[in-house]
Design a protein around this ligand. Structure first.
Ligand code: R1X
Length: 240
């Protein structure tokens, strides 16, 4: 039994969608044929079903890299081979407006967790086949939403304190968006021989004062989340 996910590895398909929010997991799972709850423990809620005839699980990982890492490690231990994260993120670039989608090709490791797993220069890379599958699925869906692909940044801080994070530097370097779990997913996948990717719905601007402005419940963000879920499901079953 996987202790935190509370799943018998025999229940786990090799292809998994992960997302932070347990409620989003049930929403995504409800799109699957023959969907059923597999387990619920802490923030880790797991469902499975079929997408175009292929078995897929949907598992929530909660907010932040350390908790999410527990989920990713146990998925690896359970024999999972392909993971796509369906997440949300704040944009770094004006033209990537709320309601857009971002496919992450790599993550800047500004989290605390991965430096306790691997040395500083170790890259956090998405798997190129997964990135390609996400890009192809996004094109097929023809949602009319802006879809960007490139480097994202993983940060532990959501609401800032008194230390100023150098957002401008990363914006200038062309980083597209900021979220809190991709680097954990990409590093752990590299260490454990899994293929991982991530698609993100933009729910605001990362350098804004989030305590004043953050609202992920708008219609445009919800529409982007619905679109990214379907794109990720197509990609997770398509990836060779
Ligand atoms: O990755 C970030 C985190 O899981 C994006 O949104 C969540 C915080 O609201």
């Amino acid at each position: 039994m996987l202790p935190n996910l509370k799943i018998d590895p025999k229940e786990l398909p090799e292809r998994v969608i992960v997302c932070g929010d347990p409620k989003r997991a049930v929403r995504i799972a409800s799109l699957l044929e023959e969907h059923a709850l597999v387990a619920e423990n802490r923030e880790y809620h797991s469902y499975k079903g079929k997408w175009n005839g292929t078995e897929v699980a949907v598992v929530s990982h909660g907010v932040g890299s350390p908790g999410a890492a527990v989920c990713f490690e146990e998925l690896a231990k359970g024999g999972v081979k392909t993971i796509i994260r369906v997440g949300t993120a704040g944009s770094y670039q004006k033209e990537i407006e709320p309601g857009s989608l971002v496919i992450s090709s790599a993550a800047v490791r500004q989290d605390g967790l991965t430096s306790q797993l691997v040395p500083p220069g170790f890259p956090a890379l998405a798997n190129r086949h997964v990135v390609d599958a996400l890009a192809a699925a996004a094109e097929n869906h023809n949602t009319g939403l802006t879809v960007a692909e490139g480097i994202t940044l993983t940060l532990d801080v959501f609401y800032s304190g008194v230390v100023e994070f150098p957002h401008k530097l990363y914006q200038k370097a062309g980083v597209l968006a900021v979220e809190m779990e991709n680097s954990a997913l990409f590093v752990i996948s590299a260490l454990r021989g899994m293929r991982a990717g991530s698609i993100l719905a933009i729910d605001g601007y990362a350098d804004a004062d989030l305590l004043e402005t953050y609202d992920p419940h708008t219609e445009s963000t919800q529409k982007a989340i619905e679109a990214e879920a379907r794109i990720a499901l197509d990609a997770v079953v398509a990836v060779k």
